[in-house]
Design a protein around this ligand. Structure first.
Ligand SMILES: Cc1cc2nc3c(=O)[nH]c(=O)nc-3n(C[C@H](O)[C@H](O)[C@H](O)COP(=O)(O)OP(=O)(O)OC[C@H]3O[C@@H](n4cnc5c(N)ncnc54)[C@H](O)[C@@H]3O)c2cc1C
Length: 291
């Protein structure tokens, strides 16, 4: 049996970009695949839910906590290597680190994703994208661990990617390694485009407040931010959570917001937009636990 250091009633606040929310009943920093298998087994035996946390940049944990196991990939799951145009990285590696490294190596394909603040695993799970690039466009292979503790290798087609969706949202597999196919590019051009994308974020996003990025997915009828703005919701607050006055698709933690404030405000936005424009917005952010 592998030794696993399980911490009880562990506050997740510092691991969540919104900087709020409750505790995990059990929390584990995962150092190896063996530990991951072990902890998933424990959760099944105790009939408790299991949640793999990346950098927590797309998650809100209930103020009442999460009655289950939360696992977090430790530093041993953060590493990358490049051979010609093939980039291989472990799932806990920050996406921005990978994107910057690809530019240093004059490789094109993910350089506009530099400002997405999560891990590679989280990016594959969410099929993260920005400024016309999506992580799915570069995937060659994703290695994951399934519910039975078996290693699965999937091609991009087998990941069933679509807008902010991958098969991992349904199958509960834990991604641990990803291989990307990039293209040769001109370093100077890539660097310039990367910097422009970062600048655009600074100008358009409320990065001075804790948030989880865009709260709602882009609906078929247009952009979420425009619908929220048209519904007059910019600046609307519940408790310490506010619809950003800089970017209407962001909810920000302006003043010690609770997780419930964020959830309730997202509900208010859905209801108001539906009434005003007939469009039902769908949340992109994951709300973990009871709300
Ligand atoms: C300021 C800001 C800007 C943002 N901009 C963008 C943007 O431009 N585009 C965009 O797409 N997103 C954006 N996001 C949202 C977020 O950064 C992405 O969704 C990111 O990919 C989430 O990665 P994470 O590691 O933080 O995942 P988490 O938030 O920790 O988890 C998200 C989901 O992924 C799952 N997950 C995480 N790691 C793994 C793994 N190894 N295996 C299986 N499942 C896993 C979790 O269980 C959870 O269900 C932004 C967020 C912020 C705060």
């Amino acid at each position: 049996m592998t030794f696993v250091n399980i911490q009880e009633n562990y506050s997740l606040r510092h691991l969540i970009s919104f900087k709020t929310g409750g505790e995990a009943r059990f929390f584990v920093e995962i150092e190896s695949l063996e530990q991951l298998i072990e902890i998933k087994k424990k959760a099944v035996q105790q009939e408790l839910p299991f949640f793999l946390l990346g950098r927590g940049t797309n998650v809100v944990v209930s103020d009442k906590g999460f009655n289950g196991y939360v696992a977090h990939l430790a530093r041993s799951f953060s590493d990358l290597s490049i051979e010609e145009t093939i980039l291989k990285a472990k799932a806990g590696t920050p996406l921005s680190r990978i994107a910057r490294y690809s530019v240093q190596e004059s490789l094109k394909g993910i350089h506009l994703l530099t400002g997405v603040p999560g891990t590679l695993g989280g990016a594959v799970y969410m099929n993260a994208g920005a400024y016309g690039q999506e992580i799915s466009q570069t995937i060659v292979e994703v290695k994951s661990l399934n519910e039975e503790g078996q290693i699965i290798c999937r091609t991009a087609a087998e990941c069933e990617f679509s807008y902010r969706h991958s098969i991992f949202q349904e199958n509960k597999e834990c991604i641990f390694e990803v291989t990307l196919q990039l293209e040769e590019g001109e370093q100077e051009v890539l660097e310039k485009e990367m910097k422009a994308a970062i600048q655009k974020r600074i100008e358009s996003q409320p990065l001075n407040y804790p948030s989880a990025g865009s709260v709602f997915k882009k609906p078929a009828e247009g952009s979420a931010w425009a619908l929220i703005e048209e519904a007059g919701l910019k600046g609307t607050s519940i408790g310490g959570a506010s619809v950003s006055s800089k970017h209407a698709n962001f909810i920000v933690n302006k003043n010690n917001a609770s997780a419930q404030d964020i959830y309730d405000l997202s509900n208010l936005v859905i209801e108001t937009v539906l009434k005003k424009s007939g469009v039902k917005l769908e949340r992109e952010i994951i709300f973990l636990g009871d709300f």
